[in-house]
Write a protein of this length. Structure first.
Length: 627
């Protein structure tokens, strides 16, 4: 028996494949099952053009048989088989795909498509096997043959006594030398079932295995173990079924079966697209956030199938980051795959699918917002922050996509509202969309800065998430209405007491300058307030960095000690300011300093900022009370 050599380049490629092309050894089973499915498909195509052949789908299957004693794993199919020439041509020349050649020579019929593209998947078997034996009989030959190889050194071909048409591949599984190289798992029935469910569950032909099951006995006797041949794959994927055949319960059951989450999905999206690119997809919008959603462990992405064969567990390129909460899968026949069928070439087809999915998810969320507000608000409670991050990230390039999906709490409605709803209710003389920031709605409601805007009859949006103000700053405006913080130095409307305020500034110019000197670089300026009513003091900001943004940025790990330009505003009509005037006019500078520091620290506390020295602050209060 003469050993034939692989072609020189094929030999090198085989060595590379065994060591590096596939990242997971278990994919060898996916590749061999895909080849078996192709072999049955080829017989089906041949029957369509040959009146002497009949194709009864029930007669065709793939059988997986482990044998622990012999350390053998057999993958058998009832497909078209191979002639001796095809064995030499297809298995002797690596990367020459018989499936691809067949695909080019035959038109697609009845929606079936050939899976194989590269002709390398077969050799993935050598990642787990010391020896590979292929027994095959072609539909076009009376003689069967056996092909045997132990790797890169070559192969032999001899006649075989196999009588039925099809192919039987037997792998002699390697020994497990340590825990990392666990080859024994490829001989375990349960492990093999799990691999089939993971990668090949939707192969359209039955994948059969002999399974041990418990047979109940009468009269209370112990059940006996019975070996039964069972089909272990689902075959017909839910996304290939007509939507009219499926119920809400079917989609929810599939969500559980795929372990997309322990919750119930809020919404499902079933797509069947047949245009420039063909694909099917089932997408889910979850009800609740995964426990690790904002951690490094969370991986976004959709499962990616090609003709029902799992290619990637998480294809991140199919989802933008702001929709990373979406679960589901995409199956397409038109994808350009690389040699290992594990990673995708970044090509036009993938980008088109991603663009369509992005548009469809947004459309479904808009429908949910319009037609089922309660359900949308439940979604927003879980994932609204992610949408706001999407507005802020990438320099705001996605803000127009997401702005109509945002919700903020309204001072007027006492509930979440959209920006469109706010603008529709704006007063005729209102130039800006006003917002206030804080830890809770109740605290924002009590802010001195909020009081003045509310008294003018204007609606205020309450921003309580740490990302809120960053998103609003990135939006800049909505429907040509600019956003304005209630803490802004200029609120955009004239105070009725404008002239009185100017007189008070002139009268107290020396006092204000002195207070600024006392506070040194803690504030940019001290001013008479045009906004304070019942409160003695507040802080406003001057510049792009607000006080709330300062808090958020300085809580981050790379604390850069960013400071907002703070303005201390004092209420000239408050009793405390009268005390300040009296002490300053009387040259009681110690008391003026004391009251100035107390007012500044009060303003910090109102904003939720920490005072520099709580002990000094409490002592100052006792001094003020006792004096």
């Amino acid at each position: 028996m003469t050993t034939k050599q692989f072609e020189a380049e094929s030999k090198r490629l085989l060595e590379m494949m065994i060591n590096s092309i596939y990242s997971q050894r278990e994919v060898f089973l996916r590749e061999l099952i895909s080849n078996a499915s192709d072999a049955i498909d080829k017989l089906y195509y041949k029957a369509l053009t040959n009146d002497n052949l009949t194709f009864h789908p029930d007669d065709y299957y793939i059988k997986i048989t482990p044998n622990k004693e012999k350390r053998e794993l057999t993958i058998e199919d009832t497909g078209i088989g191979m002639t001796k020439e095809e064995l030499v041509d297809h298995l002797g020349v690596i990367a020459k795909s018989g499936s691809l050649a067949f695909k080019k020579d035959n038109e697609l019929k009845d929606g079936h498509d050939i899976i194989g593209q590269f002709g390398v998947g077969f050799y993935a078997a050598f990642m787990v096997a010391d020896k590979v034996t292929v027994r095959t009989k072609s539909i076009d030959s009376d003689q069967a043959y056996v092909w045997v190889s132990e790797g890169a050194e070559g192969y032999t071909i001899e006649p075989s006594n196999k009588t039925n048409v099809g192919t039987e591949i037997t792998l002699t599984i390697k020994e497990s030398e340590n825990e990392e190289d666990d080859f024994d798992q490829f001989l375990e029935t349960n492990q093999l079932k799990s691999m089939i469910k993971k990668y090949s569950d939707f192969i359209r032909y039955p994948i059969k295995m002999d399974i041990v099951s418990q047979q109940p006995q009468e009269d209370g006797e112990e059940p006996t173990e019975v070996m039964e041949e069972k089909t272990v794959n689902s075959m017909i994927p839910i996304w290939k079924k007509n939507k009219s055949e499926l119920t809400e319960a079917d989609y929810h059951q599939f969500y559980k079966e795929k372990h997309y989450g322990y919750d119930q999905p809020l919404q499902h999206i079933h797509l069947s697209v047949d245009g420039n690119i063909r694909y099917d997809a089932i997408l889910y919008i979850p009800e609740s956030m995964p426990y690790n959603y904002y951690s490094a462990e969370y991986e976004k992405g959709l499962e990616l199938y090609s003709n029902g064969v799992l290619i990637m567990n998480k294809c991140a390129d199919l989802l933008p980051d702001y929709f990373s909460f979406v679960k589901g899968l995409v199956d397409s026949e038109d994808l350009s795959l690389n040699i290992s069928r594990e990673m995708l070439q970044h090509d036009r087809q993938l980008k088109l699918i991603a663009k369509n999915i992005n548009r469809k998810v947004k459309s479904e969320l808009q429908k949910l917002l319009k037609n089922d507000r309660e359900k949308y608000e439940a979604f927003f409670e879980s994932f609204g922050r992610q949408l706001k991050y999407g507005v802020y990230s990438d320099f705001g390039q996605n803000k127009n996509v997401l702005q109509d999906l945002l919700l903020f709490y309204s001072s007027k409605e006492k509930k979440l509202v959209t920006l469109a709803e706010y603008v529709d209710r704006m007063e005729a003389d209102q130039a800006y969309i006003y917002y206030a920031t804080g830890e809770t709605n109740d605290r924002i409601e009590r802010l001195p800065q909020t009081e003045f805007v509310l008294d003018k009859g204007y609606e205020v949006l309450y921003l309580t998430d740490d990302v809120d103000e960053f998103a609003v700053k990135m939006l800049a405006n909505y429907q040509e209405k600019e956003f304005k913080s209630v803490a802004s130095g200029d609120l955009g409307f004239e105070s009725e007491e404008q002239s009185d305020t100017e007189d008070e500034v002139k009268e107290n110019q020396a006092l204000l300058a002195y207070m600024k000197t006392v506070l040194e670089d803690k504030v940019k300026d001290v001013r008479i307030s045009k906004r304070l009513k019942s409160h003695p003091v507040c802080l406003s900001n001057d510049g792009d960095i607000s006080i709330e943004m300062e808090k958020v940025l300085n809580m981050m790990p790379n604390n850069q000690q960013i400071k907002a330009d703070k303005i201390l505003e004092v209420n000239p009509n408050h009793d405390v300011f009268q005390l300040l005037q009296t002490s300053f006019d009387s040259n009681h500078h110690d008391r003026t300093d004391l009251l100035t520091n107390i007012l500044y620290n009060q303003a910090l506390l109102i904003e939720g900022l920490s005072v520099e020295d709580p002990v000094v602050f409490t002592n100052d209060i006792w001094k003020a009370i006792s004096s």
